[in-house]
Design a protein around this ligand. Structure first.
Ligand code: GTP
Length: 382
């Protein structure tokens, strides 16, 4: 049974998404209309409405329902300024109801309820002002039909009754207009709350992924970024490189010039390094005075050059370092990773290389092992 229902639903409503919602609403309106046509037939059978007047109205409604469903199901509505077709559907239905008021005999007053149902549909799909405009239009349609009836029938009793119906319609439609204003306020509040929530989420995301002092990516977010970059290796086959920076003699900056000065140095280093890397690279504050640079699709040599570029730039700025008379410098370790499962080992290798740089005199960039380092260094100096 379910095997039958799913393709049938798909054929009737189309794939999921806004178009399916529109198709199902058009079908729902068609069902309501069929119920209305049935009641109209009962009126005809009971002799309250003439058959000659009931049939064209039934056809009018049916053509409208099928037409709107066809427009939506075929996707033609997507080329229109209002793909939901709420306004034209409402107008069409209101004309049908006004027509029903014109041709129904004694039960015509009940058609006002139908007009109300149509306006209620509009409450959800239209802005409040449009909803009010529709209510006014419904009222005017009824008034026009009543005027036409008074003109053609010339029966004062019927006209008096019609005017009473019109007054009731006025009350009902005013009520709908008031509800539309209230709904509009609720919708506005919901929109504001959704915007605030979005903002709060973005702020939370920022707090969760950024280092408060430097504004750089924090350690937790960096781990995620590295995992993503490592996954990418498997797709395009190019390695990723890591550079771990540790500012030299940083403790002495704190000790001699104070913690706030140390903070400013950390911030400044972040800015300088950030200015020297490519858009796809990620610089993170890894710990106290340690920074980790992730370079996707980059080999060891290129990463080493990048670290040296940052070092040259930093030294050129001649920021005051921890040692008296010496500029701020860093020691850095470079490593790379060619497989996802090598990522932890690559972080450790960068750490070991950084300690090697410290141990061999600071203010330098090291690789833990591997050939080519001497040549790299010579190239960099040249
Ligand atoms: N101002 C400031 N200092 C920090 C922060 N985080 C860590 N530190 C300090 O950074 C210093 C790191 O000192 P050490 O690990 O001894 O290293 P160092 O003095 O840079 O010496 P070497 O690394 O051997 O060159 C410590 O004094 C920490 O208190 C921070 O957010 N702000």
């Amino acid at each position: 049974m379910t095997a039958l229902i799913a393709p049938l639903t798909h054929a009737l409503l189309g794939p999921t998404g806004p178009q399916r919602v529109r198709s199902s609403q058009a079908l729902l309106v068609m069902c309501l209309y069929l119920a209305f046509a049935l009641v109209l037939q009962v009126e005809v059978r009971l002799g309250l409405t003439s058959e000659g007047q009931g049939l064209p109205l039934t056809l009018f409604g049916l053509v409208g329902c099928l037409g709107f469903y066809g427009l939506i199901r075929s996707g033609v509505n997507l080329r229109m300024s209002e793909p939901s077709l709420t306004r034209p559907q409402m107008l069409y239905s209101m004309i049908a109801v006004a027509w029903a008021f014109a041709v129904s005999g004694a039960p015509r007053g009940a058609t006002i309820v139908l007009m109300q149902v149509i306006l209620m549909f509009g409450l959800f799909g239209l802005p409040p002002r449009e909803g009010r405009r529709m209510a006014a239009m419904g009222f005017l349609m009824l008034a026009a039909v009543i005027a036409w009836r008074a003109w053609t029938l010339g029966d004062p009793d019927e006209t008096r009754l019609d005017l009473i119906y019109l007054l009731y319609a006025g009350i009902v439609f005013t009520g709908v207009a008031i509800i539309s204003v209230r709904l509009g306020h609720i919708r506005e509040r919901l929109r504001d709350q959704a915007a605030e929530l979005k903002l709060a989420l973005a702020r939370n995301q920022e707090l969760a992924t950024r280092d408060v002092l430097t504004g750089l990516t924090n350690r937790r977010a960096m781990l995620e970024q590295m995992a993503i970059a490592a996954c990418e290796i498997e797709r395009h086959g190019q390695p990723l490189a890591l550079v771990l920076f540790d500012l030299d003699h940083f403790k002495q900056i704190n000790d001699s010039r104070g913690h706030a000065a140390g903070d400013r140095v950390l911030q400044r280093f972040g800015e300088v390094a950030q200015g020297e890397i490519r858009a796809g690279d990620v610089l993170a504050r890894w710990g106290g005075e340690e920074f980790l640079l992730l370079l996707p699709r980059t080999g060891l040599e290129e990463a080493w050059r990048c670290a040296e570029r940052i070092r040259t730039r930093l030294v050129a700025l001649r920021m005051e370092g921890g040692q008296p008379g010496q500029p701020l410098t860093f020691s850095a370790g470079v490593s790379s990773c060619r497989r996802m499962d090598q990522l932890d080992a690559a972080i450790e290798a960068a750490d070991r290389a950084m300690y090697l740089a410290k141990a061999t005199g600071r203010n330098r960039t090291e690789l833990v092992a591997g050939p080519g380092l001497a040549e790299l260094r010579q190239d960099a100096v040249a």
